[in-house]
Design a protein around this ligand. Structure first.
Ligand code: FES
Ligand SMILES: [Fe+2]
Length: 395
């Protein structure tokens, strides 16, 4: 898991103006709420007074949880603004100046595509990897489904690898493949990966055989081709983009913004764009189909061992069809070498026991007086050399 990327926090529609939402991301508790103007804010959830949870349980009956744009700690009522600074400490009297250490980490926020995103890291604005730009969003000729959230009980990197894996369709998805019945002819066609246009990942295009889409909604949209042309890639550690072209001029573009909760749970925020079947009446059936396909992955992925991607590619036997997985791991290695990877072992050893960690926010690089310790990070990749799959092995 990495700091210094944009992560989905909550769906816009789930963040009400009067109730904060507590969310765990990268193993750390955060609180999201709306300020007086309705703008979303995301803070470290741990109150620096004596460890209360800003988004946690509330026993003050009907008293407001958000006052003058500040989230109120349910323990002793300290009020924190969207900038993380404590505005009021009731025990010293409302309106009394608060000490400089009375502040929590506050993260840059963007609300886009129906999702509240936060930049979880300390990089100054000009150095931050940007949030992925979905260029067709809001454009004529395209329709977006409402955001579907999918909760999975496996590590997000395994989920990302599954999302870019061209060899699993045949076996995991009867909707996309033939379950291995064509033993004479089946083979994953060769493909090449290349760096992604937006600079923080890679991309590949791939053609594979798939059964036609059936049903009243879909029609036989692949008539005559018998093939599905698709592209996929990753952006940062936690975003997958997939373009699927069922037939000439018709395209699905799917974006999976993954929220790593901890090393065993993930919430996926799924944005489905389409350039055909633009009538809203198709939204429901598309959601239903996407859910059914996701469940096919979940059934397999829950059993993957080990839970995390191995620290060395020699711990698995990778084939040319796994090139995309290797490309993703090479990108992760770059992020490791920037010092952005959380040292999960060191983190879990102390987090929640004698220590409350915070993900460092950008203000940490320009000001002091921070109470919580930053999440520990590794400084570089130690022993995880990516090996290129041996093409000769299968030719
Ligand atoms: S712990 Fe938050 S106000 Fe005391
Ligand atoms: Fe899949």
């Amino acid at each position: 898991m990495y700091i210094n990327f944009w992560y989905p926090i909550v769906r816009s529609e789930d963040l009400s103006p009067d109730t904060p939402e507590k969310v765990k991301v990268l193993g750390v508790n955060l609180v999201a709420f709306r300020d007086a103007d309705g703008n979303a804010a995301v803070l470290s959830d741990t109150c620096v007074h004596r460890g209360g949870s800003l988004g946690g349980a509330w026993s003050a009956g009907t008293a407001p949880r958000i006052v003058d744009g500040c989230v109120v700690c349910p323990y002793h009522g300290w009020e924190f603004g969207a900038d993380g600074k404590c505005q009021n400490i009731p025990s010293i009297g409302y309106g009394t100046k608060t000490p400089p250490r009375a502040k929590v980490d506050a993260y840059p926020v963007q609300e886009k595509y129906g999702i509240v995103f936060a930049f979880l890291g300390d990089l100054p604005e000009e150095e931050r990897p940007p949030l992925l730009e979905v260029e067709e969003y809001g454009q004529e000729g395209w329709r977006a489904n409402s955001i579907l959230t999918i909760d999975i009980d496996y590590y997000y990197e395994r989920s990302v690898e599954n999302g870019i894996d061209p060899a699993h369709n045949e076996f995991v998805h009867p909707t996309h493949g033939f379950s291995g019945v064509n033993r004479e002819t089946y083979k994953v066609r060769d493909y090449e990966t290349e760096d992604h246009m937006q600079g923080w990942g890679f991309w590949f295009m791939h053609r594979f055989d798939a059964p036609p889409l059936k049903g009243e909604t879909w029609g036989d949209t692949r008539k005559g081709s018998g093939e599905l042309y698709a592209g996929g890639g990753t952006y940062g550690p936690n975003v997958i983009a997939t373009y699927i072209t069922p037939s000439e001029g018709k395209q699905f573009r799917q974006y999976f913004f993954e929220q790593p909760i901890d090393d065993k749970t993930t919430r996926i925020f799924f944005l489905n764009m389409r350039s055909f079947m633009l009538d809203p009446k198709h939204d429901g059936p598309i959601h239903a189909r996407n859910k059914a396909i996701a469940q096919q992955d979940i059934d397999i992925m829950g059993d993957i061992n080990p839970r995390q991607t191995p620290m060395s590619n020699t711990k698995e036997v990778l084939m040319p069809a796994d090139k995309a997985i290797v490309a993703y791991r090479e990108w992760l290695e770059k992020f490791d070498n920037k010092g952005w990877r959380i040292d999960w072992e060191a983190f879990t050893e102390r987090n929640g026991k004698d220590t409350a960690f915070a993900i460092p926010c950008p203000d940490r690089s320009t000001s002091g007086n921070w109470v919580l310790e930053e999440v520990p990070r590794i400084t570089s990749r130690i022993n995880r050399k990516a090996s290129t799959p041996d093409m000769k092995a299968v030719s």
